[in-house]
Design a protein around this ligand. Structure first.
Ligand SMILES: C[S@@+](CC[C@H](N)C(=O)[O-])C[C@H]1O[C@@H](n2cnc3c(N)ncnc32)[C@H](O)[C@@H]1O
Length: 328
């Protein structure tokens, strides 16, 4: 498949926390890994270079998969690329009969290729269609902005953007769309910037006032939190005992979910010694590699500003049944 013009123009994606992810996954020869968010292929390439392993690279963005074919060709059959959402990873890799999976990596959110392509509609910095669909199908951000009521917009922007001024923003969007359809990132960004009080923007110098609203719409358009829940549950089912999970997230909504998922699954069974073992709750399905999230060092953030908000959580799969299945 030929890479599209967008991919050829993309400025490239610098992988975030790649050494820490490699350290967490500890790749071994002849083992099988899943790179659930292939993007620019930085994690896949690091895994393939570190051991004679096999990697399945998944991305729901067909452009990322097309761009990755050159890397797959270089690794002669050790890298298999699959287009689709990682929430469906069992169905996606199943036909390849991959055998036991030794490690799964998630690097959440969007790539620089996506952010830096105005026509994908993720960026408030450059004007483009108000799209934001990673997979290019389903409802776009423009559809959401047109369809939701002012109240629904306010709730979405508050919940998924953690925007304190969500009601003002939603009101301004509703007024804006009454004048004509809101179909470009530039028009939406202008409306949001105008709705955020000056004193609030001054409190966060360097942060564009449109950031949180764009984040909220992107998460909603791509059902990113639902995907994360499904992806983590699939990883728990797929990983072999001793297999490693590494998740890099970029905002607190994602990180909180990953943290809760791993904390629940790594706690020893509760209950008392008077209870029969079955009533004490499931045995831990993961062992945490560290209690705290790993953050990038200052020099990585200086080299790659996108790393600023990154957090890595890593864990090792035990031999216990997946948590949901182990519940009585
Ligand atoms: C931050 S980039 C990954 C960058 C990659 N680690 C690298 O080093 O080049 C995230 C990628 O994951 C993809 N993605 C995000 N959510 C996804 C999902 N639910 N299923 C599949 N791919 C997803 C995006 O399309 C994007 O290409």
């Amino acid at each position: 498949m030929a890479a599209s013009t967008t991919s050829q123009r993309g400025a490239g994606h610098v992988p975030v926390l790649v050494d820490a992810v490699l350290d967490a996954l500890a790749p071994r020869d002849d083992a099988v890994y899943v790179d659930a968010t292939f993007g620019g292929g930085g994690y896949s390439e690091a895994l393939l270079g570190a051991a004679r392993c096999r990697v399945f690279g998944i991305d729901r963005d067909p452009e990322a998969v097309a761009r990755g074919e050159a890397l797959a060709a270089r690794y002669g059959g050790r890298l298999t690329l699959i287009a689709g959402p990682f929430g469906d990873m069992e169905r996606l890799i199943g036909p390849f009969a991959p055998g036991p999976i030794s490690g799964i990596a998630f690097d959440l959110g969007v790539s620089s290729f996506q952010l830096d392509s105005p026509e994908r509609g993720f960026s408030f910095r450059a004007d483009g269609p108000l799209d934001m669909r990673m997979s290019r199908d389903g409802a776009s951000a423009a559809d959401l902005v047109a369809r939701l009521s002012e109240r629904e917009l306010a709730e979405l922007i508050a919940a998924l953007g953690e925007e304190r001024h969500a009601r003002r923003v939603a009101h301004a969007i509703a007024a804006g769309r009454a004048r004509g359809p809101l179909v470009t990132t530039g028009a939406l960004a202008e409306i949001v910037r105008g709705a955020i009080p000056h004193h609030a923007s001054r409190r966060e110098p360097g942060l564009d006032p449109a950031t949180r609203t764009f984040q909220a719409l992107r998460i909603a358009v791509n059902d990113e939190l639902g995907e994360l829940d499904r992806g983590l549950a699939a990883a728990e089912r797929l990983l072999m005992p001793g297999g490693r999970l590494a998740v890099v997230s970029f905002h607190s909504l994602e990180d909180a979910r990953v943290k809760t998922f791993l904390r629940r699954r790594s706690e020893p069974p509760r209950g008392s010694r008077h209870l029969p073992p079955a009533a004490a709750g499931p045995a831990p399905s993961f062992i945490l590699r560290s209690r705290r999230a790993i953050r990038p060092a200052a020099d990585e953030v200086a080299r790659n500003p996108r790393a600023r908000s990154a957090r890595l959580r890593a864990a090792e799969r035990t031999a216990a049944a997946p948590f949901a299945e182990a519940r009585p």
